[in-house]
Ligand binder design. Structure first.
Ligand code: SF4
Ligand code: SF4
Length: 242
């Protein structure tokens, strides 16, 4: 709630869709890399939805568009964790200088400094992965990042299954396209020229249209990921194209 207000979502009544403690959700079957996904309760109960997205870069997904907004944005806390935990983190001791920046950055201060090396064995780790961005030597590596992109598509499929046909529309603002996600205190520099406003009744079509106009290799190179994978996977799962 505070994060939403901090980012300016005060123009209309704001509802935390999965409840103040993430307790309100419905688990639905899905397909793809996940078998099921916890959809936020207020989303699962809604009759219709307009998915409004600010398109930007994202260190895990490459870019955040409508598919990410559906898959991650409409999942409950448990559903978000399920998607993030498809990837692994590894600390390369040979590169670690024991500076402790990872521990300072982590909300739960999870990486421990043992001797002069960082270690993260905690089952609480959310794979967010803010510690990785904070590490000055590149010692923290993301493993199996492609799984997160597939998980976004899989979760989006599950979210869509809670709506009747023709009950969703999408509007994406490709403006002020920043390096990082808006949920961060500082989403970084603008990395691409404004591309305009997109509208569609398909998340695959609207993200595909953005990618056709965008120089998305900027994201692929920055985050070492093929950001088109989430769109291709959503198409492969059968999410409609218009
Ligand atoms: S931020 Fe990087 S270099 Fe510093 S302690 Fe953590 S892993 Fe090691
Ligand atoms: S991935 Fe996130 S939760 Fe896990 S150690 Fe790093 S900052 Fe903490």
């Amino acid at each position: 709630m505070l994060n939403a207000l901090h980012h300016g979502f005060s123009m209309a009544p704001f509802i935390v869709a999965d409840g103040l403690r993430g307790e309100n959700y419905r688990t639905v079957q899905t397909k793809g890399i996940l078998n099921e996904i916890e959809v936020a309760g207020a989303i699962a109960e809604a009759d219709a939805m307009i998915v409004v997205t600010h398109v930007k870069g994202h260190e895990l997904a490459g870019f955040g568009g409508a598919i990410k907004n559906l898959g991650m944005g409409c999942a409950s806390q448990a559903g978000k964790l399920r998607q993030h935990r498809t990837l692994d983190l590894e600390i390369d001791e040979s590169k670690c200088i024991g500076c402790g920046k990872c521990t300072e950055t982590c909300e739960m201060h999870l990486p421990e400094i043992v001797g002069d090396k960082a270690r993260n064995l905690s089952p609480k780790c959310m794979r967010c992965p803010f510690c990785q961005s904070a590490c000055p030597t590149g010692a923290i590596k993301l493993l199996h990042q492609d799984r997160v992109l597939k998980a976004l598509a899989s979760a989006a499929y599950g979210v869509l299954s809670t709506f009747k046909p023709k009950k969703l529309s999408y509007v994406s603002f490709a403006k002020d396209i920043t390096q990082y996600c808006d949920c961060r205190p500082n989403p970084g520099d603008v990395v691409m020229k404004d591309l305009g406003i997109f509208a569609s009744d398909s998340p695959v079509s609207i993200d595909g249209a953005f990618l056709r106009m965008a120089d998305y290799k900027i994201f692929n190179e920055a985050y070492n990921v093929d950001c088109t994978l989430q769109v291709r996977e959503a198409f492969h799962l059968g999410i409609k194209v218009t």
